[in-house]
Design a protein around this ligand. Structure first.
Ligand SMILES: *[C@@H]1O[C@H](CO)[C@@H](O)[C@H](O)[C@H]1NC(C)=O
Ligand SMILES: *[C@@H]1O[C@H](CO)[C@@H](O)[C@H](O)[C@H]1NC(C)=O
Ligand SMILES: *[C@@H]1O[C@H](CO)[C@@H](O)[C@H](O)[C@H]1NC(C)=O
Ligand SMILES: *[C@@H]1O[C@H](CO)[C@@H](O)[C@H](O)[C@H]1NC(C)=O
Ligand SMILES: *[C@@H]1O[C@H](CO)[C@@H](O)[C@H](O)[C@H]1NC(C)=O
Ligand SMILES: *[C@@H]1O[C@H](CO)[C@@H](O)[C@H](O)[C@H]1NC(C)=O
Length: 386
């Protein structure tokens, strides 16, 4: 019954999107006939699968299949998680994620989690596992930082992908051919590396020293993916972590200079920008290494800023821009000891008006807008209509 509801919601949404594309196509044919064409004509987009690597930003149901009903992150298997979708799926949001909107915008079905039994992988596989880090637990153990046992670091997700390829295509050549018409999305991943470190008392200057090895590892895995045949890759950076309720609550400051105009923690946003600059520099080098691959940067940071700065215009409640929809207490409706998913903690009546869902993850409405911001830049590079 619930599955049926989910399917019908998905279908309604995708037919709406199709309708939008048709209207756009109609509008551009009108422009064409009056000769007022600008920009290049969009060619059909040859993408029929998405392979996703990452953490809770993109996990569509892997972690809940690892940890069982009481483990770390199991709350995503229960309402109010998934309430906008009509049922909890393991997504850490009220509804869809950025990867879901990418799939919808490409006219593909939502991408199933790799650990799902009996699910179709015809249009790609999602290897993302919530709570996972880019660097492995030995890296963090050496620095006295603990990561959850369910961690599936990026390198391990790559191995899952290799096994998947081994089981689905006969030769490296054949696998490579299949991958040519796919979009590979790496990240966002890395925000847990930083969050675990900061929460366990590491300073910003110390965590900055983790950034170069983390970016190097991201690039190493991306290079492997390209060698396996991926030719269209999007690597996401981090969003403005200093605007999230978990950071605002954990690292609040007496000093008003610690906050920017939006009320976000400047030092943590600067940290995100430092990391993102490193990612972009590394991607520029990777493009020179693989001139025939399309290697793009997914701009989570500016996508998020776009939502935050235009909150009211985009239909969000500007007074709640830094508050969690699902949570309780404090200035940001967030309390570690009573997080969303704990007994007695309820969600706001209208998650569409909130940017943050649970203080750590964003709402479906925010994901949709951040995707829009990104596909407007990314799809033209992939020759997909936007
Ligand atoms: C998986 O699908 C097969 C064939 O459709 C079916 O026989 C089997 O019962 C399914 N298993 C589960 C766990 O749903
Ligand atoms: C963890 O990563 C380090 C490099 O940071 C590597 O040397 C080590 O072999 C990895 N350990 C495991 C268990 O994968
Ligand atoms: C980790 O903790 C142990 C025990 O408290 C301490 O001896 C060691 O110096 C710490 N190492 C680092 C890298 O902080
Ligand atoms: C995939 O197959 C290749 C060639 O047979 C083998 O070298 C490789 O170890 C396999 N990888 C995995 C992850 O199974
Ligand atoms: C904030 O200011 C109060 C009063 O001056 C002081 O007691 C407290 O320790 C300060 N907190 C922080 C986090 O600096
Ligand atoms: C979080 O909740 C606990 C228990 O209700 C309370 O003692 C604590 O003060 C709260 N913390 C914040 C930051 O509001």
């Amino acid at each position: 019954m619930q599955e049926q509801a989910l399917r019908s919601i998905t279908m309604t949404m995708s037919s709406k999107i199709t309708l939008r594309f048709l209207l756009l196509a109609f509008a551009s044919s009108l422009l064409f006939s009056t000769g007022r064409v600008h920009g290049r004509a969009a060619r059909p987009c040859r993408i029929d699968a998405i392979y996703q690597f990452g953490d809770s930003t993109s996990d569509t149901g892997n972690l809940i299949r690892i940890v069982g009903p009481n483990g770390f992150g199991a709350q995503a298997a229960r309402l109010p998680y998934g309430e906008t979708l009509g049922k909890p799926t393991g997504r850490f949001s009220d509804g869809r994620l950025i990867v879901d909107y990418f799939a919808m915008a490409l006219g593909l079905p939502l991408v199933n989690p790799s650990l799902g039994k009996n699910l179709s992988f015809e249009h790609g596989v999602n290897f993302a596992v919530a709570g996972s880090t880019v660097l492995n637990s030995s890296f963090y153990a050496a620095r006295n930082v603990t990561v959850p046992a369910s961690d599936v670091p990026l390198r391990l997700q790559l191995n899952w992908f290799r096994s998947y390829l081994n089981s689905t295509c006969g030769s490296q050549d054949e696998c490579g051919k299949n991958l040519k018409r796919s979009l590979v999305i790496v990240g966002e991943m890395g925000s847990n590396d930083f969050l675990y470190s900061f929460l366990q008392g590491k300073s910003i200057p110390e965590v900055m020293t983790y950034v170069p090895p983390l970016v190097e590892e991201t690039i190493t895995v991306t290079r492997e993916l390209i060698k396996l045949g991926a030719s269209k890759v999007v690597v996401f950076g981090d969003f403005a972590i200093g605007c999230s309720p978990i950071y605002l609550t954990s690292f609040k400051s007496n000093d008003s200079n610690a906050y920017d105009d939006e009320g976000c923690l400047k030092a943590y946003n600067a940290f995100s920008q430092f990391r993102n600059t490193n990612v972009q520099v590394a991607l520029a080098k990777l493009r020179r290494e693989f001139p025939h691959a399309t290697i793009l940067y997914g701009d989570y940071y500016n996508g998020y800023e776009y939502v935050l700065r235009r909150a009211s215009y985009l239909g969000f409640d500007p007074k709640s821009a830094l508050k969690a929809c699902c949570g309780t207490g404090g200035s940001y409706n967030f309390n570690f000891t009573r997080m969303c998913g704990s007994t007695g903690i309820t969600a706001c009546p209208n998650p569409n008006e909130f940017i943050s869902w649970d203080g750590v993850h964003l709402t479906q409405a925010a994901h949709r807008r951040i995707t829009e911001y990104n596909i407007n830049k990314i799809f033209p590079e992939l020759s997909c209509a936007t």
